[in-house]
Design a protein around this ligand. Structure first.
Ligand SMILES: Cc1cc2nc3c(=O)[nH]c(=O)nc-3n(C[C@H](O)[C@H](O)[C@H](O)COP(=O)(O)OP(=O)(O)OC[C@H]3O[C@@H](n4cnc5c(N)ncnc54)[C@H](O)[C@@H]3O)c2cc1C
Length: 558
């Protein structure tokens, strides 16, 4: 069953339709094609049965670890290190502590956006024995139902060929689950501080530790890092202090302060004469296809059983003629969190000033949902905030500094949520770090460069490959660069599945391949397609030429 429906017969589907077929649903695909397991693949991907190395063999583990950012990446890193036996792990986050995962507040659809955990994320979480504390709070999305202007209402699709069913959970709730897991199992090794922002870093071997050094700096020696911290509560600054750690992990998201600090440190002419390869740089790709979004809860419960396709475990996706798309995913509590995506200059959305305007808009563009949008949500939609989607960026060629600073998660790769790979790939990265620590016997001075050399190229491949699809398909460039390749992939994979892989969006979800392998695989496909089409077109051209000549001869003779 194809995940993407773009093929020769319905190529008029536009960019948004195609991308959102895979929106959030980062699940395994059933296709198989001959693949060689390279050394790189073994480093990067993990069988479902593999597990974190629970305890390190090294008796000289780093004395202390600081992690900046208690998002899913930072907390999962803390869990991985604690399972290895690390002590004195401290995680800092500037935001307040999220509610307990079983709190009724998660029934509030405005509390946090939803994300889909596919094979990559689930394998990582299972390997760390964390899945059992997350799964009870997830809602399954086992298929999808779509409406498009070209094809109207489509029958529901249930994915029957997937090893891993997509599990949907709020971003803040997965952080809360990981927090609970840490407190239950590793409370003596890990402490998590909320409302604490890291506002500065000093590398202790580069600067005079100064009078603010705490007694622990003696233990850390010359190799450590000093963090300057601010504690705030409801916007009020309560205290400031400094602390030291043997090494620090920056998991502070897309606008990472740690990454900015490393960029300055490793800039040409900066400190320590970093080589080009050792530079930490953020590469931002141009924004070619910008969308913004608003949240719209959908209470589909009254619809269940009223017609085919209304059920609690689907991804609902509807697109209007005016380039507005609703993507709705379930929550454990039953209400769907809809994301309404539109162009920043959308006049249809700009016209919505109040509840009645919103009602009129949804009645005209999305009548199928009108009776499941609550009155209060119509009003909130009109006045509620508009959010930007993250842009494509990655960090490289290096993602570490000296022997004590490492970047992870959205800090090193930021992608659009359409592809459902932001967190899924970050969780995979944490597993890759675990493996590097094992191979380096927990000597971070060896593990950090090893991890950087393996992961930075993957981050680059992930971002660049996804960005290569990010075109507005309503333009000629978008058609040639995005829609046409999808059509070709659909045809070639259908008729020669042993030689040609499915389209790139679907390939990316295959957890058995690294992102670099996926990109290379698609490049090979393109060359193969070009050769076959070239031969075919040359043959047709020659055939036509011959036919014209024969016809001319006959006519002349006549
Ligand atoms: C609408 C939407 C839908 C998405 N859907 C999916 C999906 O389906 N699948 C998927 O895999 N991904 C999805 N993503 C992406 C996913 O949310 C991110 O990849 C993921 O949250 C990254 O986790 P992180 O911990 O690296 O960063 P973040 O989640 O950004 O966490 C960083 C943390 O660091 C803290 N912080 C920042 N600076 C500091 C500082 N100086 N001091 C202390 N703390 C600090 C922040 O408060 C934050 O808690 C989606 C994203 C969006 C916006």
């Amino acid at each position: 069953m194809p995940q993407l429906r773009l093929n020769s017969s319905n190529f008029c589907c536009t960019f948004v339709a195609v991308l959102f077929v895979s929106f959030f649903l980062s699940a395994t695909c059933a296709f198989r094609f001959p693949r060689r397991t390279s050394a790189l693949l073994r480093h990067r991907t993990y069988a479902a049965t593999s597990a974190f190395h629970p305890t390190s063999t090294n008796v000289h583990l780093p004395a202390s670890t600081a992690i900046v950012g208690a998002g899913p990446t930072g907390l999962f890193t803390a869990l991985m290190l604690a399972r290895r036996g690390y002590q004195n792990i401290t995680v800092y986050d500037r935001l307040p502590r999220p509610d307990d995962p079983s709190s009724p507040t998660w029934g509030n659809p405005y509390r946090s956006y939803n994300l889909g955990l596919g094979a990559r994320g689930q394998i990582a979480l299972r390997a760390a024995d964390a899945w059992e504390s997350i799964e009870p709070f997830c809602a399954q999305a086992i298929g999808r139902k779509d409406w498009t202007p070209e094809q109207g209402e489509r029958p529901e699709q249930i994915y029957t060929d997937r090893e891993y069913k997509t599990q949907v959970i709020q971003r803040d709730r997965i952080a809360s689950c990981l927090l609970g897991e840490l407190e239950r199992k590793h409370g003596d090794q890990v402490s998590v501080w909320h409302n604490v922002e890291c506002v500065g870093l000093t590398w202790l071997d580069e600067a005079n530790p100064g009078p603010e050094a705490s007694p622990s700096s003696a233990e850390i020696g010359e190799k450590g890092v000093r963090l300057r911290l601010h504690r705030q509560c409801e916007g009020q600054e309560l205290e400031q202090w400094t602390t030291e750690a043997r090494w620090v992990v920056g998991a502070d998201g897309v606008r990472s302060a740690l990454r900015s600090a490393l960029e300055v440190k490793t800039a040409p002419g900066g400190h320590h004469g970093q080589t080009q390869k050792e530079r930490v740089r953020t590469i931002k790709l141009p924004e070619r296809n910008e969308f913004v979004y608003k949240i719209l809860p959908l209470d589909l419960r009254p619809k269940y059983g009223t017609g085919p396709g209304w059920r609690p475990d689907l991804n609902y996706s509807a697109r209007s003629k005016g380039e507005v798309t609703i993507e709705a995913l379930p929550t454990r509590e039953g209400i769907f969190v809809g994301v309404v995506l539109f162009r920043p200059d959308s006049s249809a959305i700009a016209k919505i000033q109040g509840k009645e305007d919103a009602r009129e808009f949804f009645a005209g563009s999305f009548p199928q949902f009108l009776d499941v949008i609550r009155e209060e949500d119509l009003a909130r939609f009109a006045t509620g905030p508009t959010f930007r989607l993250p842009s494509f960026s990655y960090c490289g060629p290096s993602i570490f500094y000296r022997d004590n600073t490492l970047l992870l998660g959205d800090c090193i790769h930021s992608v659009k949520p359409y592809f459902g790979l932001g967190l899924n790939s970050a969780l995979e990265d944490v597993m890759a770090l675990d493996k590097c620590l094992s191979e380096s016997e927990d000597d971070v001075s060896k593990a950090l460069p090893l991890f950087s050399s393996r992961t930075a190229p993957q981050a680059k491949a992930l971002v660049e490959f996804q960005a290569s699809f990010d075109y507005n398909a309503n333009t000629l460039e978008g058609f040639l660069r995005f829609v046409l390749p999808l059509i070709l992939d659909g045809i070639f994979h259908r008729y020669f599945p042993a030689f040609f892989a499915p389209n790139g969006i679907r390939l990316l979800q295959d957890h058995r391949s690294t992102f670099r392998q996926t990109r290379r695989r698609k490049q090979r496909d393109r060359i193969g397609q070009a050769v076959i089409l070239g031969v075919l077109l040359t043959g047709i051209g020659k055939g036509l030429g011959w036919a014209v000549k024969v016809a001319a001869r006959i006519l002349l003779k006549g």
